[in-house]
Design a protein around this ligand. Sequence first.
Ligand code: FES
Ligand SMILES: [Fe+2]
Length: 413
Amino acid sequence: MKVSNEVRELLAARRPGHSLDAQFYASQEIFDLDMEAIFGRHWIYVGVEPDIPEPGDYFTVKLGRASVVVLRNDDMELRAFHNVCRHRGAQLCNAHKGSVGNLVCPYHQWTYDLSGKLIYAEHMGDDFDPSGRGLKRVHVESVAGLIFVCLAENPPEDFSGMRETMARYIGPHQLADCKIAVQDEIVEAGNWKLVMENNRECYHCVSNHPELTISLYEYGFGYQPSPSNIEQVQAFRDLTEREHARWEAAGLKSAEIDELDSCVTGFRAKRLPLDKAGESQTMDAKVACQKLLGNFAERNLGGLSFWTQPNSWHHFMSDHIVTFTVLPIGPEQTLVRTKWLVHKDAVEGRDYDPAKLTAVWRATNQQDRELVEMSQRGVADPAYEPGPYSPYTEELVEKFANWYVGRLKAAVE
Ligand code: FES
Ligand SMILES: [Fe+2]
């Protein structure tokens, strides 16, 4: 992969335990490298199976300059293709979401079936062979209902291990039997890595997230006991141990797994106790949807949190799921897409109120957007220099930054 000496030097000079140099948050060259080496080569979380429940349902997603169409075929399997017509290259699906019998290019009506095969191309003559003109496939996989794609020809092989492990954690929440109750999109004026770094710590939670911290203990998010909070961290660890024993006995995987910086397909998961009523990430910590997910009868199942490198995080409760995908738009612009899912048979107005369902994370997303945008303004200031991460509260940020730098180094070597 071609990169300038300046970028090589920046990668070599990265100081562990410190935030990244300013260029990583603003340079077009590094953004292009991120799109090629990170978003072009790793497994990227793009949506959920309930986005495309029926044959012919599709959604599109933009990864750098590549557009991908993810669909469900007639055999109910997931398929993904480059969203580019094999005639003269027009973008095939121009909506974010839709439902089709076949994929018809709007330009000259070349038509592809849901397996990507070209089945109709008028006026191309007898010598035209459609067999080599099918849509280009993109790797697509589901992790218990969470859809990931990989643009690389040979995707990282460790994905299957993550999928099997996480299927055991997520499985009981039966994501495929959910519906999307609400979806939000926010375009943040910040580099995607500032969005991710902000997600990987809760150092900022108490002073910035009054709604989130009603139910959420910050100690579950990469905290180590420090002299100022040793008792609280210990009390949280004791509570976690008791709750894990209860949940594991009920067949719910709960123990922490942390492979954020030890795998190419980095991830972390843990079922975390919630405060107050302990049921859900809502304003009163009680369930927001009366119809529980899967076969759950118990409301107090805490929140199963799942984080992936490079671009997602998810919270699974007994009554609903919140899932977030981060999609870079430009060096200083990032799309954050949030989906709230409830049981597919839950009835709006009877079982759940969308305003209550979304209150905590809507507020939190706006607060996080402000934090990301103020960070972007600060790192663009000539006075900025990388600062130290807290060893007590920011170890997951370091794991993100270290994973990121390690993956870029591997790509440019
Ligand atoms: S570009 Fe698609 S049919 Fe011509
Ligand atoms: Fe936050």
